[in-house]
Structure formats: C-alpha cells, structure tokens
Ligand binder design. Sequence first.
Ligand SMILES: [Zn+2]
Length: 176
Amino acid sequence: MDTKHQYIIPFTGLSEGNHEFTFYIDKVFFLLFPESELHDAQVEIQVYLTKAPETLNLDIDLKGSVEVECDRCLDLFNHEIEFHAKLNVEFGDENSDISEADENIILSRKEIDLDLSRHFFDYINISLPIRRIHPKNQNGKSTCNKEMIKKLKELSVKKIDSEPDTRWDNLKPLMN
Ligand SMILES: [Zn+2]
C-alpha cells in the first residue's frame, strides 16, 4: 500500500506543540476493511494534533461524500457527510482495547506511531444516518430512480384491508 493510503501519524518524531495532517479516503481505503458495507467515498480529513510530554490530543474533521445504497430506490448515490471527533491519547505500559465509542485511548510507550484507519472507518459509519435516501433537488422533488420505485411498488404485495377491525365491537353498546 502506497503512502497516500497510510493513515498513521509517526508521533515520536514530532516536536511538542501543534501539528496538522491531511488524509484522503477513497475506494482503496475500504480494502483495509473487508467486512465493510461501504466501498467507496471521497472524504478529506483534517487532523489537528497537540503533542504534550504524556499525551496527544487530536481534533479530527471529516468532510466529503460516501457512496451508499438508497433505502427507497436501491440505487447507489453519494451521501454528503461532515463529522467532528476528538481523540485523546495517553501513554501507558500496554495498548488498551479500543472500542469505537472510546474517545480516550491508552497507547503503549513502545509504540512509535498512531494508526488512525480504524477510527476513520468508525467515524464514517457513525456520520451516516440510519435511513439513507436520495436528496431532493432544487425544486424539492425526490431524485430517486423513478423507474425502480415503480417496479418495487409493483412487486410489493398490496395490503389486504377487507378484514373489518373488530377490536372495538365490545365497546360499541357502551357508546350508544
Ligand atoms: Zn433513491
């Protein structure tokens, strides 16, 4: 993997103080995560890092778009995302288990760099809404694939509503 697709910060070589890094996420990034439901994106990530003797504090901004499947028409489209995260790193004797909700991580003193790829992957997934639908155009009209929606409607079984609702029958005499 070429350096363009490395998501690491070699912090041991950094002086104390502020540093800025830019990372790009595209198709190749997702090859690192074979389990991913997402496969393509154009996201720029700015990392503002403050290095102190015992800690690293990172402010992370993500902006761009991620290719997702529309929940309504099943076509792929680029969903805009914008996300901000903070990550605080302390140094300890061993690496701690890092879960996706953690904003504080402990890194072994033996480590020389910080791999952010898993964090970036989590941020992208968190930043997407659960329900993903084509955005509306300037006229407020849906940009979904109309042909596809028509087909999906034809395929879906029509709800049978000939059965009368009998749940209130026992109450009817009381109402009269
Ligand atoms: Zn759609």
